[in-house]
Design a protein around this ligand. Structure first.
Ligand code: PLP
Length: 431
């Protein structure tokens, strides 16, 4: 597989390099040189396969001979060890539940495949994974790498801006997992990570790798569950399918659009955001004007400078698609609350992120279309807000219950690169 840097097309790397490096020069994102596609009959055949077998065909089409097919399949089997069921919500609307993994959010798919991909290509060499999280990536990556030899994981998150249970899930692990609460918002955490990648000395000392959605292995993994969704919906609805994606850093939507570019029948995608609406505003007026990030109920989407957007633009350019075809909508906290209640009345226990996606989908779905919204996290992960909205108790699944009373092991730092650098340098393995 060949990938190029979106900021400097002359920088070209293999899949292995892209996985190890995360980002290219000038913090550029890597993008696939070849965009594999399947014919309609190949898609029909793929949709008949089981999740793991199908996913290895899909990823193989990108990765090629860099990972032998049987090895790739074994890695995917380990990574995707839990289902992604489609659940009916209304006659014309269903949800793809992506929260049945160990950390109860869709980030488990990408985080766990990335751990497999890195194990495959790094062959046990020391590596430090540095990532910023708006809540769920951190947990997925921490659990995927917990206790793995020669891998250190450093996770930055905005202090006080993720849910208490999200925090418990990954900040109580210890061992090779280091968590740092930054006194600022997610965009500031993301900026610190990018800054670290620009620091050659630090990069070398720590064997730095980025695990957020900028790592190509995570994005590729996420393509697979869009196929899994289509495989589960009624066949006669396939060409009327509209998918609404609750978006923050826009990795999930990028993966969905890549699935469509491979030939997966999806009539239209909708980018649903909370009031951190840089992209919906951009799609309206063509101006990229990020505002200060605002804290909302759907905190994993509190991102005003979405990292993956350049990949979406590149994909549209390469495919000759128009951004006018991309649906979009913005949902504030008040409407999010009403929507969580509305879904509960329909018998579906939801949470703020999925509710944002459902709201925009319901409002924009046309007669004859079939809507799917992504259920990106388990409602219990947002227990405090969901219980307050619904005025009832929701039970904790065991993954959360077993960590809820453990002490937090996080370090606390201001949003200051010099102090972060000093902290990181102490973790450097002896050369
Ligand atoms: C990360 C996350 C999102 C946003 O996904 P992006 O790929 O960053 O757009 C939405 N919902 C939940 C629950 C998340 O954890």
């Amino acid at each position: 597989m060949k990938l190029y840097n979106l900021k400097d097309n002359n920088e070209q790397v293999s899949f292995a390099q892209a996985v190890k490096q995360g980002l290219g020069k000038q913090q550029g994102l890597f993008f696939p040189q070849d965009l594999p596609a399947f014919s309609a009959s190949e898609i029909d055949e793929l949709l008949k396969l089981d999740f793991v077998t199908r996913s290895s065909r899909i990823l193989s089409a990108f990765i090629g001979d860099e990972i032998p097919a049987e090895q790739l399949q074994a890695r995917i089997k380990d990574a995707f060890a839990f289902p992604a069921p489609v659940s009916k919500v209304e006659d014309d609307v269903a949800t793809l539940e992506l929260y049945h993994g160990p950390t109860l959010a869709f980030k488990d798919f990408g985080g766990r495949f990335m751990a497999q991909a890195l194990a495959q290509v790094a062959g046990g060499a020391p590596v430090t994974i540095l990532t910023a999280t708006s809540g769920d990536t951190g947990a997925a990556v921490a659990h995927a790498f917990y206790g793995v030899d020669n891998v250190q994981v450093v996770i930055l998150y905005p202090e006080g801006k993720i849910s208490p249970l999200q925090e418990k899930l990954f900040c109580t692990l210890g061992k090779n997992i280091h968590t740092v609460a930054i006194k600022d918002d997610f965009d500031a955490c993301q900026a610190l990570v990018k800054h670290a990648f620009d620091d050659e000395e630090l990069k070398k000392a720590l064997y730095l790798n980025s695990a957020n959605s900028i790592n190509i292995s995570r994005l590729l993994a996420q393509i697979c569950y869009y196929f899994e969704a289509v495989a589960q919906i009624p066949a006669e609805k396939r060409d009327q399918l509209v998918i609404s994606v609750p978006s923050g850093n826009f990795g999930d939507l990028t993966a969905g659009l890549l699935a469509k570019s491979m030939g997966l029948p999806v009539k239209r995608f909708i980018a649903a955001t909370n009031v951190n609406d840089t992209v919906p505003r951009y799609l309206e007026d063509g101006k990229w004007t990020p505002h200060q990030t605002v804290a909302t109920l759907s905190n994993a989407m509190d991102v005003s400078q979405p990292n993956n957007w350049p990949r979406i633009e590149e994909l549209f350019r390469r495919k000759g698609w128009s951004l006018d075809e991309l649906g979009h909508g913005v949902v504030n906290d008040e409407v999010t609350r009403e929507t969580v209640r509305e879904l509960d009345k329909k018998g579906y226990l939801s949470e703020p992120h999925a509710a944002v996606a459902y709201r925009v989908l319901r409002d924009q779905l046309q007669d004859g279309e079939y809507g799917l919204f992504l259920g990106t996290a388990h409602p219990a992960k947002f227990k405090e807000s969901v219980e307050a909205i619904l005025n009832k108790q929701i039970p904790l699944p065991k993954e959360l219950a077993e960590r809820a009373d453990l002490p937090l092991l996080s370090h606390f730092l201001p949003s200051d690169f010099a102090q972060l650098r000093e902290f990181l340098m102490k973790l450097a393995p002896k050369q």
